[in-house]
Design a protein around this ligand. Structure first.
Ligand SMILES: Cc1cc2nc3c(=O)[nH]c(=O)nc-3n(C[C@H](O)[C@H](O)[C@H](O)COP(=O)(O)OP(=O)(O)OC[C@H]3O[C@@H](n4cnc5c(N)ncnc54)[C@H](O)[C@@H]3O)c2cc1C
Length: 356
């Protein structure tokens, strides 16, 4: 029995399944038919090259992506500037892209159980996976790519939550007569930061990133209250106005997505390897969650193949490389937040300026 099971059909799980298939293995995917809505994600240039390495560059077309002209931000003072390091990426419809990745795997004969995994049991040389419909699957190794739910990380003794970041956001169709800029806009405010990103199909995502306990009362559910907070910004308010979205924002209930940073002490346990958000959930300010998901899915696949051949070295190397990457990400994130000094007394910023 050398079956490798991948849990979760997000970018990390699909990347892992693809890498295994490219290596000649026939993985089994355990993932319910559930669509996680797109949230205005930007695919970095690095992530685009990872997709290319998986032979999936053809999945990027006008329906799934639009070339990005970079990021503009108000951060540190009230001037609007172009931020460096965000050129050459793409604004994507992540759920459509995931659908295409899954379809490509199905076409190549991937076996899929459209059920949630509900439990994992370690065996001497493998893992037993419990499915929601009561069935059990035995595997020689498991890649847990179940996202922030992190099936294999529960109880979460080795996963540390660093903050309470959430995103209260809306997605709108942009009127035909409005000019849609292919760039993201980020604006720091006392409560946290606003993010605005175009999506393929003339849509626009606008979201407030703040800590869950700081979200103004009602702003997570009531479009009018959410819009009141948006109107206090400089560039975001002007952009919503110029796109003619004011009335639409008032009328729509925001959605709330968890976005807290959660970091692990280890990623490999017996023959279970975590990848993507199940391994580490990163603050979206850095916009590298998708590249991490693509890279780690692929690396976890290679390590899982080696584990089934009783070679633990690639799994150890994977864990080390990932933990080093997280440390680097956290240090970049700290320096980004350190630049903003206008709101040092506000809770959101004082929490991020405090020494770790
Ligand atoms: C508001 C917001 C904006 C973001 N913007 C960006 C951005 O601009 N750029 C960027 O690179 N990143 C961004 N990110 C981060 C990025 O979206 C994630 O890091 C990435 O999608 C993680 O992929 P994943 O496959 O690890 O997890 P997920 O996408 O969460 O996929 C996990 C999958 O597992 C499934 N699953 C869960 N539990 C089970 C179970 N028990 N059994 C089977 N299946 C299960 C889920 O249904 C899901 O399909 C953003 C995140 C947020 C919240």
């Amino acid at each position: 029995m050398d079956r490798i099971v991948v849990i979760g059909a997000g970018v990390a799980g699909l990347s892992a399944a693809r890498r295994l298939a490219l290596a000649g293995h026939s993985p089994v995917l355990v993932a319910p038919d559930r669509v996680v809505p797109s949230r205005g994600e930007t695919l970095s240039a690095t992530a685009v090259s990872f997709l290319d390495g998986l032979g999936w560059s053809a999945l990027i077309d006008g329906d799934t992506a639009m070339a990005s002209q970079g990021r503009f931000s108000i951060w540190g003072d009230s001037a609007l500037r172009r931020a460096t390091g965000h050129e050459h990426g793409a604004h994507i419809d992540r759920s459509l892209l995931e659908g295409r990745m899954a379809a490509s795997l199905a076409e190549s004969g991937l076996e899929r159980f459209a059920e949630a995994a509900v439990g994992l049991e370690h065996l001497p040389r493998g893992v037993r996976i419990g499915l929601a419909d009561g069935r059990w699957l035995d595997a020689a190794a498991v890649i847990d790519a179940s996202g922030r739910a992190a099936l294999s990380g529960v109880p979460a003794a080795d996963r540390r939550r660093l903050d309470r970041l959430v995103c209260a956001y809306q997605v709108h169709d942009v009127p035909d007569d409005a000019e849609l800029a292919a760039a993201t806009l980020v604006e720091a405010v006392e409560l946290g930061w606003w993010y605005m990103a175009p999506m393929p199909g003339r849509r626009m995502m606008t979201g407030l990133f703040t800590d869950s306990d700081l979200l103004p009362a009602g702003a997570a559910k009531d479009g009018g209250l959410w819009s009141d907070v948006a109107r206090k910004t400089i560039a975001i308010a002007a952009r919503l106005d110029s796109l003619g979205l004011d009335a639409a924002c008032n009328a729509l209930s925001p959605q709330v997505a968890p976005a807290a940073s959660i970091v692990p002490t280890h990623l490999v346990e017996g023959r279970v390897l975590r990848s993507g958000d199940a391994a580490a959930s990163l603050d979206p300010l850095g916009a590298n969650g998708l590249s991490t998901a693509l890279w780690s899915g692929s690396q976890a696949a290679k390590a899982a193949l080696a584990l089934t051949a009783d070679d633990p070295a690639p799994a150890r190397a994977y864990e080390c490389a990932f933990l080093e990457g997280i440390a680097h990400h956290l240090s970049v994130q700290r320096s980004l937040y350190a630049v903003e000094r206008r709101f040092t007394d506000a809770s959101f910023w004082s929490r991020r300026h405090a020494s770790p």
